[in-house]
Design a protein around this ligand. Structure first.
Ligand SMILES: [Zn+2]
Length: 435
């Protein structure tokens, strides 16, 4: 009883302290947004990594700066600089690691505020990366600092990393570090990735992805006598019709036990990333195009698949459609090229990091946690497949649908609530009980 009362006091003091840092979490998020870490090409990674590292070094963290030399995209002009900060507790024990990507996508059109000003108003921080995911990074920093501020003793260690290139696959970031043991036991035991997937939800994993390019091959001829050639564009049209009539209805039927959100993503999906046939696109002011039957037409497919599917089956399904077309139309010819793939990944709902977050969400928000899965992939794939660490989830503040949108923002209240949940879950994992 005495211990329980004491721990309840510790917890309420910790939560009060985080509430009191409302302005600070907003300021930290705004400061991170003002470093325009746009990827591609990978701008300003170095100042962003150093900003984070210097802040944590001042709090007693041991800080390492790790440039992914030789990795895709790394150059002297655009160094892929990662930062990993670690602080040891009072004795031996596990390590809880918070991993955030520091890169953001280009702002694009349609903003009503400056995407890199870090405007704070009406309880929100605005800017590119506010929700995806500098707000989540700020919340994890505030969570760890608050445990230190309160002098709460913990076993093991806490790590915070800022890594590059998540938006372009994470190969110079989490994948590169995972290959060097930074995401494996005994160094790390539990990983939380503060991607924006709602303050009340634990994200167990993500669907798989298979990207490929289909090239339909025809025969060139004069455009006034198309019967002398074979139009690759018409061939592609026939393939698209097959997808529309045969594949899409099948994919819509294929639901998964993964709790993917939003609900329409809880099935197999297919998107056409790009389609191009014939001459290179040109402006009408540049003159007339030449009269040609297109001999090439290329389509890039983005197929998102489920735990219940295999990459081989997903690919075979497309090959079958192409081969059926070839049987129907003797002049139809194609080539299929794999571009990129990632298998689906899902952490078990009763894994330690999930249970700790569940308990902390309930303690802070007063309602049970939701379990979700992400429609798209994120760095968890590298932790699972390269680091062989399964105790990894995404948990962070922010609204998934705002990611990559104009006027991206994050609610400061959500960051504060998430910071409390992250702090409580950390102590739960390290000390074996919620504070
Ligand atoms: Zn993200």
């Amino acid at each position: 009883m005495a211990r329980e009362t004491q721990s309840r006091d510790v917890r309420s003091a910790l939560f009060q302290h985080i509430d009191d840092r409302y302005d600070e979490v907003a300021d930290l998020t705004a400061s991170l947004i003002r470093i325009p870490t746009i990827n591609p090409p990978g701008d300003a990674y170095e100042p962003c990594a150093r900003f984070l590292g210097e802040r944590l070094a001042a709090r007693g963290f041991t800080v390492e700066y790790l440039r992914a030399e030789g990795a895709v995209g790394d150059s002297d002009r655009y160094p892929r600089l990662n930062v990993v900060a670690r602080i040891e507790g009072a004795g031996p024990g596990p390590c809880v690691h918070f991993n955030s990507h520091i890169d953001v996508v280009a702002p694009g059109e349609g903003w009503t505020v400056d995407p890199f000003a870090g405007d704070v108003r009406e309880g929100r921080v605005y800017g590119r990366g506010a929700c995806d995911m500098k707000g989540g990074l700020a919340a994890s920093v505030i969570a760890a600092e608050s445990i230190l501020d309160q002098g709460i003793s913990f076993a093991g260690a806490i790590e915070i990393s800022g890594t590059v290139d998540e938006e372009s696959g994470g190969y110079a970031g989490v994948a590169w570090l995972a290959e060097r043991g930074y995401f494996s036991p005994p160094r790390v035991d539990h990983v939380i990735i503060p991607e924006p997937l709602y303050k009340d939800a634990v994200c167990l994993g993500h669907r798989g992805v298979w990207w490929s390019e289909v090239e339909v091959r025809g025969r060139i001829a004069h455009g006034s006598m198309p019967f002398l050639g074979v139009s690759a564009i018409r061939g592609m049209g026939a393939f698209l019709a097959k997808i529309e009539n045969e594949l899409y209805p099948r994919l819509a039927q294929r639901r998964t036990r993964m709790p993917v959100i939003p609900d329409l993503a809880r099935q197999s999906t297919l998107n056409f990333n790009s389609l191009h046939g014939g001459l290179a696109e040109q402006d009408a002011t540049e003159g007339f195009p030449s009269a040609l039957v297109a001999d090439r037409c290329r389509l890039v497919l983005d197929r998102r698949y489920l735990l219940e599917e295999s990459e081989e089956d997903v690919k075979q399904e497309v090959v079958d459609l192409l081969d059926a077309l070839k049987a129907e139309q003797p002049e139809f010819d194609y080539a299929l090229r794999d571009l990129w793939s990632v298998p689906p990944t899902m952490t078990q709902p009763d894994a330690p990091v999930v249970r700790a977050l569940d308990r902390s969400i309930e303690a802070v928000l007063g309602a049970p946690a939701r379990h979700v899965a992400s429609p798209g992939t994120y760095d968890q794939k590298h932790v699972a497949r390269i680091g062989h660490l399964q105790d990894c989830v995404a948990y962070g503040p922010g609204i998934l649908e705002l990611a990559h949108q104009p006027d991206e923002y994050i609610d400061i209240d959500d960051m504060v609530a998430s910071a409390k949940i992250m702090a409580a879950a950390t102590l739960d994992l390290l000390n074996g009980s919620t504070p």
